[in-house]
Design a protein around this ligand. Structure first.
Ligand code: ADP
Length: 363
């Protein structure tokens, strides 16, 4: 207060004997911010008293051309209250920040623990699936050998039993391969590179060349974009969707598959459309679950393919879904985030065509 009084006297001459209350205002603000409300109010009171006795006839409040100690008192109290409020808000903010930091810390510890447990589990599943294959191969080979060595001695029913053993082993091996693929897809989340989806689909198609030839399937692929992805995982996604499109097509019909992508605001939307048996939309989300099968009896399969597609797409921050009608084919859609690269001029009309055209018109 003494300093404020001294400085106010000092600058009085600059303002033609008037006294602006700048230094008292600063003193009030400093008192309120360092000492809180009581201190701010005391400073205001003291300033008013000093102003009244020392500068009664020539005071000029800050920001106002003409003023009085009474107006200064109002200013001082208001400033004190505002600063007090700001103090409270600041304290609440600091408390919230500290709580948030503590929660964040706990969350990242739990995420780390969960990640490690998950990795451990995946390693276990991977080695288990791998180890199970060896005895299965032996069972299959030994059964074949047994039948061959005793082909003159065993009857037809025993031969049938033996072939049932071999086909069951084969099914088991497929299941294990599916699990291995799934474990691998989950295991390597971050080996992403810029991938050209055109060559990804080419690879997927090349890998199932024999099935395509056997069913005389027609596959049409529109120009596809580049995305950031784990290439082998993306190949698995397209393989599963194309393979299903062929598999779930009646033997009396030529499978026709249409693949395209359209550019949306932040992502690419891919579509794999078939002219197969289709499915009831009430099971549309179930089929992406592990071991979930709708057409178990008639068609070979493990129920892992779409679960794998889902985990891969989700790991790449995308979504996957199906639109279908029983008997009228299915369109499987999935999205992947856009990546700066060389996009293709995929247009929305392609997707419209995929959604509305008769499947037989593709190819
Ligand atoms: P799988 O084909 O080995 O049974 P998937 O996980 O690939 O396993 O598919 C799960 C189920 O979804 C299938 O059993 C089938 O009932 C259904 N499904 C998948 N793709 C199609 C399709 N293109 N058309 C009709 N049904 C399909």
């Amino acid at each position: 207060m003494a300093i404020a009084t001294g400085l106010t006297f000092a600058i009085q001459s600059l303002f033609h004997a008037r006294a602006p209350l700048i230094f008292y205002s600063i003193a009030v603000i400093l008192s309120a911010s360092t000492g809180g409300m009581i201190s701010g109010l005391l400073a205001t009171g003291l300033s008013v008293v000093l102003t009244y006795f020392l500068f009664r006839d020539n005071t000029l409040a800050i920001l106002l051309s003409q003023s009085s100690p009474a107006l200064f008192a109002v200013f001082g109290i208001a400033a004190t209250l505002i600063i007090e409020k700001l103090h409270d808000i600041n304290a609440a903010l600091s408390r919230a920040k500290a709580e948030l930091e503590a929660t964040n810390q706990k969350l990242s510890e739990r995420t780390e623990a969960l990640f490690q447990a998950n990795e451990e589990l995946q390693r276990f599943a991977y080695s288990l699936a791998h180890d199970l294959n060896t005895p299965l191969r032996s069972i299959s080979a030994l059964t074949d050998l047994l039948v061959q060595r005793n082909k003159d001695r065993i009857d037809d029913s025993s031969k049938e039993c033996a072939s049932l053993i071999v086909s069951t082993v084969l099914r088991m091996q497929r299941l294990i391969k599916g699990l291995l693929d799934y474990a691998t897809a989950v295991e390597k989340p971050d080996e992403r590179t810029i991938v050209d989806c055109n060559s990804v689909v080419e690879r997927a198609i090349a890998d199932m060349d024999s099935v395509i030839k056997l069913r005389e399937a027609q596959i049409t692929v529109e120009p596809l974009p580049q995305v950031r992805a784990v290439e082998s995982h993306l190949i698995q996604v397209f393989s599963n969707l194309i393979n299903n499109g062929i598999k779930y097509c009646p033997m009396t019909r030529i499978p026709v598959i249409y693949i395209c992508a359209v550019e949306e605001q932040n992502e690419w939307k891919f579509c794999v459309k078939d002219n197969g048996i289709g499915l009831d939309m009430k099971y549309a989300s179930d089929i992406f679950g592990m071991f979930k099968r709708l057409h178990g009896g008639e068609y070979e399969g493990t129920g892992i393919g779409l679960a794998l597609c889902k985990v891969v797409v989700q790991r790449h921050s995308g979504r996957i879904w199906v639109e279908s009608e029983t008997g009228k084919g299915s369109s499987f859609y999935f999205t992947l985030p856009k990546e700066a690269g060389t996009p293709v001029s995929a247009s929305a009309s392609k997707m419209d065509a995929a959604a509305t055209s008769e499947p037989s018109r593709f190819g």
